[in-house]
Design a binder for this molecule. Structure first.
Ligand code: FAD
Ligand code: DLZ
Ligand code: SF4
Length: 518
């Protein structure tokens, strides 16, 4: 009897449920590089290289631990290039009598897994993914009967559940659940910024880089230099470096954006978390220990832990609560095509040009660049949320549908009608100017409100509010904005709206085929 254990590209954890309590001698672990996964959207070259290299290293680690690993490389002639095709082929090759797999993180992949038993003609056990802090059932239970599903309340439950940053008497460490009001600073220009721990490519990664350049050379983004962590050991080093150097200032500079400082005080650990090289609880425990030892302040540590046990877990729950409909939600009826500059980076709007150039170079932008520059622009301009979502899924090294979709469709584009965000994340140029150094080097003037020299965010902001007045004017958190809008004269309102229209007409739509094959 042979047990076949398919391990997917984001399941690279030694603690994976399917690898526990089985006899290694009668099991074969299957890892598959398949064309379908690398091209269902045309992922950033760095992202493909990261996943393939991490998969190959993980296979090596498993072999060292005594597992038999069947690794199907992309260029293997018999490769059918789909998960299902490879599972069926491997089941035959190894005369497998049973399949044991951990449920895929994405709806699309789960659909495939549910067909494996029939297609391979043997039973297939699909195990829960216990690398999350909150199971899907637990989230459903939390959500049941609640009128609104706000992250903050979910987060408090996760604090209680994990005991992270909790005092012995059950109160929150530091006397508050949330320290965000301390977290809005912009760093002085001449500070010495930390940079994340990076690693020279070894022979395995060098082979992968050649393969990706050869097979995916047309995909978006720059492949080299490539220095991402690709093993668990490297991921642990990156975590240690983050906790030692960036975590203490993570909180106060969390919302800041600086030219050529791609990471600022952010961890860039999302790719390690999302592929399983790091476990969310070990990352949070390392941060909590830094607080307990007096090495990092509470506002930083609480803010960081909230992102992981709060936002990350909450987004997963929200994704599963509304799939598959979530993917096609478009509550604000936004239909404008994604502009070409999202792919080329060629725009005079410096905040967007900087964020896109960095995305091309690193396959990374931090949260505020994603939310308040790129997402903000897309929402104000009324871009189609599915095209925006495809862009985000392609370009970031941490983009897997279960976390990308709720962040884009829900949090950023309000296309879920406000299930995730209590109000749309929109701002004029003033916010970007306050939190970044982008505006000083922009050809547009952030101080001008309308006209061809004015920062486009200014007119777009008021145009958005006017377009959606019926929906948002009764939102308590937006009353002040509408009060200001109504204080404007009719002529001024008209000027804003015409200025926004004139700007929107200058946008060139992207040619089809950038995100998905035309
Ligand atoms: P840090 O700032 O160091 O935060 C620590 C960790 O917290 C991250 O590594 C991540 O695991 C978690 N985290 C923080 N915010 C969120 C969030 N909103 N949702 C889920 N986890 C969060 N995150 C992804 O992992 N994949 C995506 O595809 C993705 N797409 C996004 C799209 C948009 C429009 C927005 C607004 C956010 C998106 N995020 C996504 C969330 C967040 O921007 C990234 O997790 C973060 O920028 C990753 O960088 P970091 O590791 O340096 O994060
Ligand atoms: C994103 C990705 C890519 C580019 N390639 C592969 C691959 O060849 N093999 C694999 O197992 N996984 C890959 N992935 C991740 C999957 O698309 C998907 O996100 C995960 O299986 C989770 O559902
Ligand atoms: Fe962006 Fe406007 Fe500032 Fe230019 S002026 S960088 S477009 S916010």
């Amino acid at each position: 009897m042979t047990l076949l254990i398919p391990v997917l590209g984001d399941q690279l954890s030694p603690s994976l449920a399917s690898l526990q309590n089985v006899d290694r001698k009668t099991s074969v672990v299957l890892l598959m590089e398949v064309w379908d996964e690398a091209t269902y959207v045309r992922h950033h070259k760095k992202k493909i290289a990261f996943i393939f290299s991490a998969m190959r290293h993980f296979a090596g680690d498993l072999r060292t631990q005594g597992w038999t690993v069947d690794y199907v490389a992309l260029d293997e002639p018999e490769n059918t290039h789909s998960f299902t095709g490879e599972v069926v082929r491997a089941a035959k090759r190894h005369r497998a009598t049973r399949i044991r797999t951990v449920t895929g993180s994405e709806y699309r992949v789960c659909q495939f897994q549910h067909g494996w038993d029939k297609k391979a003609g043997i039973p297939c056990d699909i195990l829960e993914d216990d690398r999350f802090i909150c199971s899907r059932d637990e989230f459903e239970h939390w959500a049941k009967g609640r009128r609104t599903l706000r992250m903050e309340y979910f987060y408090r439950e996760m604090r209680l559940k994990t005991g992270l940053l909790m005092n012995a008497d059950g109160t929150a460490a530091g006397g508050q659940w949330n320290f965000d009001h301390d977290n809005r600073e912009k760093p002085a220009c001449r500070l010495n910024y930390p940079s994340p721990e990076r690693f020279n490519p070894d022979d395995t990664t060098t082979d992968v880089l050649k393969l990706v350049q050869h097979r995916f050379g047309e995909h978006f983004g720059e492949l080299e230099p490539f220095a991402l962590p690709v093993t668990r050991l490297q991921a642990l080093k990156a975590l240690e470096a983050f906790v030692g150097t960036s975590l203490p200032d993570f909180g106060r500079y969390q919302d800041a954006m600086m030219t050529e400082q791609d990471y600022l005080y952010h961890s860039s650990l999302s790719l390690c978390l999302n592929t399983g090289l790091l476990n969310p609880l070990e990352v949070c425990t390392a941060a909590a220990e830094a607080y307990e030892q007096g090495d990092a302040p509470i506002n930083s540590v609480e803010g960081f832990i909230r992102q992981i046990i709060g936002w990350r877990e909450y987004m997963r729950g929200m994704y599963w609560s509304d799939m598959p409909r979530f993917a096609s939600r478009n509550e604000l009826a936004a239909h404008r095509a994604l502009p070409e500059f999202f792919w080329t980076g060629q725009t005079d709007m410096n905040c967007l040009a900087q964020s896109i150039a960095q995305t091309k170079r690193e396959a990374y932008a931090h949260h505020i660049q994603r939310l308040m520059v790129l997402g903000n622009f897309a929402l104000l301009a009324g871009l189609n949320p599915q095209e925006v979502s495809d862009w985000f899924l392609v370009v970031y090294f941490d983009a897997f549908e279960w976390v990308e979709l709720p962040n884009v469709i829900g949090m950023s584009q309000f296309a879920d009608g406000g299930k995730i965000a209590s109000k749309p994340y929109v701002s004029s140029g003033a916010y970007i100017n306050r939190m970044s150094d982008y505006c000083g080097k922009c050809r547009f003037d952030v101080g001008q409100k309308t006209g061809s020299e004015a920062c486009p965010f200014n007119a777009l902001y008021w145009d958005f509010l006017a377009r959606h007045e019926t929906r948002f004017s009764h939102n308590a958190r937006m009353k002040n904005m509408y009060a200001t809008w109504h204080r404007f004269s009719r002529e001024k309102q008209q000027e804003y709206r015409s200025s926004a229209s004139a700007f929107l007409e200058t946008l060139t739509p992207a040619a089809p085929g950038w995100a998905r094959k035309a």
